[in-house]
Design a protein around this ligand. Structure first.
Ligand SMILES: Cc1cc2nc3c(=O)[nH]c(=O)nc-3n(C[C@H](O)[C@H](O)[C@H](O)COP(=O)(O)O)c2cc1C
Length: 419
């Protein structure tokens, strides 16, 4: 069964049709946006794919705390808050605590939210948010508004977990889908039953593939309408897009499996649909070449194949590619050569991430190895990380035991320099 939530309001507003022509959600959303000042994006209908390439301001500006241009956006600095799942979205709805968390961190030049499911089938972990129901979409309005009220910028990370999921973490009727019926090794935490083995996913049919791509596009439309500055597609860390790319999880013999050209097709068609929905200059993608998270082993052709992805993505006009490097978390080293390949082949912005401190960020930016630097764990514990890095002030250490626990502890109670 495909999920067909009533999210047609998003398309209606997006096309700037009068709200009376939409359903009741369309009218509600229109009025709320109008009253709260997040209506700006609604007045400018999204551009169509193939939009303007990113042009970052050059030379003099290429330092960590200097402003940058990302597509149509002006960023206050080049420090990006990396996407981090925090499991505080009870009922998969990002409530007021989530808005407060992101508002506290809005000193970042750009925030990329935690992975967010485009449909019930895209859920996987406990308490992660979605953007497929009206309640969720309305709740995200508050998050975008909170960050904008502090002059921040925010992209929504769209994450479809694919096989990295458990039915206990999903609503009834949701399906665990993947390119092929290959279960991930290991277990997943569930609130109801503790650790459980990953189930064998269902192999996606051609119709499932079409529906899922449309879910990504609809999620992007909804994000744009409620005020996000753009979206990041999660093509990293063993989730659905990467499950199509990698040969261990994609055993298909149709047009979506086999050669790298075919394994890349799901990613490229998703990029095209999402860019078509909100404009390529508002879309980025995160990739993890040499990443092994979620049972994704290394293989010989990996470097060549990711070079192909870099060249193909360059043709799409995306705002940025964001590379993951989890070697500081004990994962294999990501060779510099693959980062250099992305830098050379992709003309949009490059974001590097993984184990950065201020000094290394400054050095990589000055060396033009990347345009922006994304930082994860330090942002968990330091809402005012930008100020701390600017002034060389000491940092709070993150308490990883509360990384995914429900409630405010270890989430919105980290101190700033002011107390
Ligand atoms: C608690 C936690 C949750 C994470 N969730 C996500 C996620 O939802 N999406 C994603 O792309 N990466 C996720 N990551 C990876 C981070 O974005 C980042 O790549 C990683 O923390 C390494 O950067 P750092 O050394 O600056 O922390 C997560 C990391 C942590 C620590």
């Amino acid at each position: 069964m495909g999920f067909r939530y009533d999210i047609s309001f998003a398309g209606a507003v997006c096309e700037n049709r009068k709200p009376e022509t939409g359903n009741r959600f369309s009218r509600l959303l229109w009025r709320e946006c109008d009253e709260t000042g997040v209506s700006l994006p609604l007045l400018a209908p999204p551009t169509i794919s193939g939009g303007k390439q990113l042009s970052l301001e050059n030379a003099l500006m290429s330092f960590l705390f200097s402003p940058a241009t990302l597509g149509p956006l002006k960023l206050n600095n080049r420090l990006v808050m990396a996407p981090m799942t925090r499991s505080r979205a009870d009922g998969n709805i990002p409530g007021s605590m989530v808005a407060e968390y992101y508002e506290q961190r809005s000193g970042a030049g750009l925030i990329i939210t935690e992975g967010t499911a485009p449909s019930p089938n895209g859920l996987g972990y406990p308490r992660i948010p979605g953007i497929y129901s009206c309640e969720q979409t309305h709740a995200w309005t508050n998050v975008a508004r909170a960050v904008h009220s502090r002059s921040g910028k925010i992209f929504l990370q769209i994450m479809h977990c694919g096989r990295i999921a458990h039915p206990a973490n999903m609503p009834e009727g949701a399906r665990i889908l993947a390119p092929s019926p290959v279960a991930a090794s290991g277990e997943m935490y569930t609130d109801s039953d503790g650790m459980k083995p990953h189930p064998v996913p269902e192999e996606m049919t051609a119709e499932d593939i079409r529906d899922t791509i449309e879910e990504y596009a609809q999620a992007a439309r909804s994000a744009f309408i409620v005020g996000f500055d753009g979206v990041e597609l999660h093509g990293a860390n063993g989730y659905l897009i990467e499950q199509f790319i990698r040969p261990n999880t994609n055993l298909r013999t149709d047009g979506y499996g086999g050669t790298i050209e075919k394994r890349a097709r799901f990613m490229l068609e998703t990029v095209e649909a999402v860019a078509g929905a909100i404009g390529s200059e508002r879309v980025g993608i995160r990739l993890s070449p040499f990443g092994v998270f979620n049972d994704m082993p290394l293989y010989d052709a990996m470097e060549d194949e990711y070079g192909y992805l870099a060249r193909e993505l360059d043709k799409t006009g995306l705002a940025y590619i964001h590379l993951v490097d989890h070697s500081s978390m004990g994962a294999p080293v990501v060779p510099d050569s693959i980062k250099d390949t992305f830098r050379r082949e992709f003309k949009g912005a490059l974001i590097l991430s993984g184990g950065y401190d201020a000094e290394r960020a400054e050095s990589d930016l000055q060396a033009k190895r990347c345009d922006l630097v994304a930082v994860g764990r330090p942002f968990i514990a330091n809402p005012d990380l930008v100020e701390r890095w600017k002034t060389g002030a000491p940092q709070n250490e993150p308490d990883m035991s509360t990384a995914y626990s429900p409630g405010p502890k270890g989430y919105i109670d980290y101190s700033t320099m002011e107390g």
